[in-house]
Write a protein that binds this ligand. Structure first.
Ligand SMILES: *Cc1c(COP(=O)(O)O)cnc(C)c1O
Length: 370
């Protein structure tokens, strides 16, 4: 079976380094908020070319804490996308804020023209939470333009886009801060949950550091109602010394695989969505689009040939039943989002795929009758 993510191969590659790291953290006798986290935070901030990185317990927490630290409160309007992990919206809703869903483009990413349309016609949207989906980088200049033109507080969801850039600028550097995730399937995954917020704002990072640690500003000094949301030493140590050193090679491999797919999948019934102009993607996922009525048939065809596939995402977020009874707004009928969700299939693109497996995926895609 060709898997969507192959954690067994990854484990065999990293196990010696991981055991050493486990031992090192054990010997240190410090399991929360210690030197492994500091080392990892410095390394990730420098990779991102931002001043501060604050490790937290998950990507969801990273988004929620970032919004909270920037003043997002009950009733605040947050412009966001209907096509993402549910966590993007959950972070907004947990704060009592109101997601305002704007439609996506043909590639399933938030439509920045539609965003501009909403922002120019209503003045009550203060926050903007776009997602650099699939490993693509949204246009950074365009995001910065929207931020300054409409005086927005911009938090970028970079859970899928570590290392991506738009015309040389890292994804996540157009806003006040960005949030990312180390959920195991992400490009930089831990062996458990984890996340981080990145920013160059000195005052903001101090508020975030307090919020992640029960709102403490000094030992047993609680100035705000905070969270228990810390990236533990084991995860931070594994990330810093085992996974981060491999990220560049993993990303390069993802790019090679994506290029092979783009160059060689030629089935008129399959469309490969285009990354935004200027995006140097990190291919967290490799989406293809089928005719909506044929999606399940394509997935069955892949499965018959022992190829796993995914759906990102099968249901537009505002259509999820968890949101019935929750105050949300739709900026339009979100027709593109619904169409995208009913026709997208994700192919394996993880860095441990062999060339033979990639060729096999291509052959099976091209052999699908449509
Ligand atoms: C994974 C993901 C999240 C949530 O991250 P967790 O660490 O699982 O909480 C948020 N947004 C996007 C786009 C994601 O892919």
């Amino acid at each position: 079976m060709i898997a969507l993510n192959d954690f067994r191969r990854q484990w065999h590659d990293v196990r010696d380094a991981a055991f050493r790291e486990f031992n090192r953290v054990g010997e240190s006798g410090r399991y929360i908020l210690g030197s492994s986290l500091e080392i990892f935070e410095r390394a990730l901030a420098s990779l991102w070319r931002l001043r501060h990185c604050i490790g937290v317990a998950s990507g969801l927490d990273a988004i929620e804490i970032a919004l909270r630290a920037l003043g997002c409160r009950t009733g605040d309007r947050v412009l966001t996308t209907p096509v993402s992990a549910f966590a993007t919206t959950l972070a907004i809703v947990k704060l009592g804020a109101v997601p305002v869903f704007v439609d996506v483009d043909d590639s399933g990413l938030i439509d920045l023209d539609a965003c501009e349309g909403v922002l120019s016609s209503r003045g009550d949207v203060k926050f903007f939470l776009p997602v650099h989906l699939f490993g693509h980088a949204l246009n950074g200049k365009r995001l910065r333009h929207l931020r300054t033109r409409y005086g927005l507080i911009l938090v970028e969801d970079c859970a899928q886009s570590i290392g991506a850039d738009s015309e040389g600028e890292p994804a996540g550097t157009s806003g006040q801060c960005c949030a990312t995730s180390f959920y195991p399937t992400k490009n930089l995954g831990a062996m458990g949950d984890g996340g981080a917020i990145l920013t160059s704002d000195d005052a903001l990072q101090i508020r975030i550091r307090a919020l992640r640690d029960y709102g403490q500003t000094g030992k047993y000094r609680h100035e705000v109602i905070g969270y228990n949301s810390r990236l533990d030493e084991l995860q931070a140590g594994l990330l810093a010394h085992v996974f981060l050193p491999r990220l560049e090679a993993w990303t390069a491999r993802r790019r090679v695989i994506a290029r092979m797919y783009v160059d060689s999948i030629h089935n008129p019934a399959l469309r490969i969505p285009e990354p935004p102009l200027g995006s140097r993607s990190v291919w967290h996922l490799f989406p293809v689009v089928t005719p909506p009525a044929r999606k399940m048939n394509f997935r069955a065809h892949l499965a018959e040939h022992d190829i796993a596939s995914g759906e990102h995402y099968p249901i537009a977020i505002p259509d999820q039943s968890a949101l019935s009874g929750v105050v949300i707004e739709r900026a339009s009928d979100l027709a593109c989002a619904r169409r995208f969700c009913s026709s997208e299939v994700t192919l394996p693109v993880h860095p441990y795929l062999t060339d033979t497996e990639v060729s096999r995926v291509i052959e099976v895609c091209n052999g699908w009758p449509g």
